[in-house]
Design a protein around this ligand. Structure first.
Ligand SMILES: NC(=O)c1ccc[n+]([C@@H]2O[C@H](COP(=O)([O-])OP(=O)(O)OC[C@H]3O[C@@H](n4cnc5c(N)ncnc54)[C@H](OP(=O)(O)O)[C@@H]3O)[C@@H](O)[C@H]2O)c1
Length: 323
């Protein structure tokens, strides 16, 4: 099968296509033919080993895993004998587990619990966007603070892959949303329901004189200590940016007084429940994917380079195989 491959860290010229054998089916796993996969910052971060900490988990001098791609949408090709939940032909989407990142390939072998039914109303290109980005948005908006109608939420990085979902989710939970992005993206984000816009190029975010119940920061360009000053007393600051340290792995929640315990262990069942909650929000018409650009598999390097500019407006998607 055709697969994107890299064997040393660096810029995108380290990427090439390889013909690899189809993954083998171990117990509890399903083989999925990938139709579309979205590009996440995780892909260029793993490719470049940025931040350096990535080398601690994935190889100090060269990557120990050679694939990229963290979410996918496709069709079940076959399954291990002990899998009862899925049948060949089922349309599914999901996220890769951290040890087997690699959905930029024609097939993936995936634990049955990591899959969710793809609704017919969503194309494969749309469904793959509900993977890492929407799941992270849901975690940031839902898991650390119980929003009520009128709760004040700020989203820093509102126009990107995570932010465009986070704005819609916070609105779905009844919050008043202040969205931070550059002026050129205000129309897009206002269209997703944001109530107030801040252009970080024109205004110093730390001096706005407002307080929030929940700040979801996916940019990480201000120190958490300073961002905490923008919280109400019982508010939460949730960081999901690599610039904030460990945030590229999982969201970290901080209150004004203490740091919450960090849930660093990726829990497949928990993430599957999050994916189902994301799907329910889509089916209730409360969120919709925002796709900035779509690329053919042959041009995936351009897609990864584009996301690495940090200027994507919503999600970037790659067609892997045709139905
Ligand atoms: N913790 C996790 O589980 C997890 C999961 C996925 C991703 N992440 C991390 O979260 C971060 C964001 O991911 P993403 O998928 O949303 O990235 P993305 O799609 O690449 O974000 C691009 C957006 O960031 C905005 N942006 C750039 N600089 C900004 C600034 N100074 N202030 C406000 N907005 C700014 C840009 O808007 P403008 O052009 O308007 O500036 C652009 O629309 C990445 O660092 C990623 O590694 C964490």
């Amino acid at each position: 099968m055709k697969s994107l491959y890299f064997e040393k860290y660096g810029r995108s010229d380290v990427l090439s296509f390889r013909k690899l054998p189809k993954p083998t089916l171990e117990a509890g796993r399903v083989l999925v033919k990938v139709h579309a996969a979205s590009v996440n910052p995780l892909d260029w971060r793993l490719m470049r080993a940025d931040p350096f900490l990535i080398r601690m988990g994935r190889g100090l001098f060269k990557p120990t895993a050679n694939g990229l791609g963290a979410d996918f949408s496709g069709v079940v090709e076959s399954k291990a004998a002990d899998v009862a939940k899925w049948e060949p032909g089922d349309a599914v989407f999901g996220i890769m587990t951290p040890e087997i990142v690699g959905s930029f390939a024609e097939f993936v072998s995936i634990p049955e619990d990591a899959l969710v039914n793809k609704p017919a109303a969503l194309s494969h290109q749309q469904a793959t966007t509900l993977g890492v980005a929407a799941l992270t948005a849901y975690e940031g908006i839902h898991d650390y603070y119980q929003l009520k109608p009128g709760s004040r939420v700020m989203i820093n990085g509102a126009s990107g892959g995570i932010g465009t979902f986070a704005v819609q989710m916070a609105k779905a939970f009844g919050a008043h949303v202040t969205a931070v992005c550059s002026g050129g993206n205000h129309e897009l984000v206002r269209g997703l329901g944001a109530d107030a816009m801040i252009d970080y190029k024109a205004v110093d975010l730390l001096q706005i004189g407002e307080r929030f119940d929940l700040i979801f920061d996916v940019v990480g360009n201000h120190s958490p200590k300073k961002m905490k000053r923008l919280l109400h007393n019982n508010g939460r600051l949730v960081l999901a940016s690599a610039a904030s340290g460990l945030g590229f792995l999982r969201a970290i929640a901080i209150s004004r007084k203490k740091q919450e315990p960090i849930d660093l262990i990726l829990d497949l069942k928990k993430d599957r429940r999050r994916l189902e909650a994301v799907l329910a929000l889509f089916e209730e018409g409360k969120i919709k994917p925002v796709i900035d650009r779509e690329y053919p598999f042959d041009d995936i390097v351009s897609a990864i380079d584009y996301v690495a500019t940090k200027r994507a407006r919503g999600k970037v998607v790659v067609y892997i195989t045709q139905g």
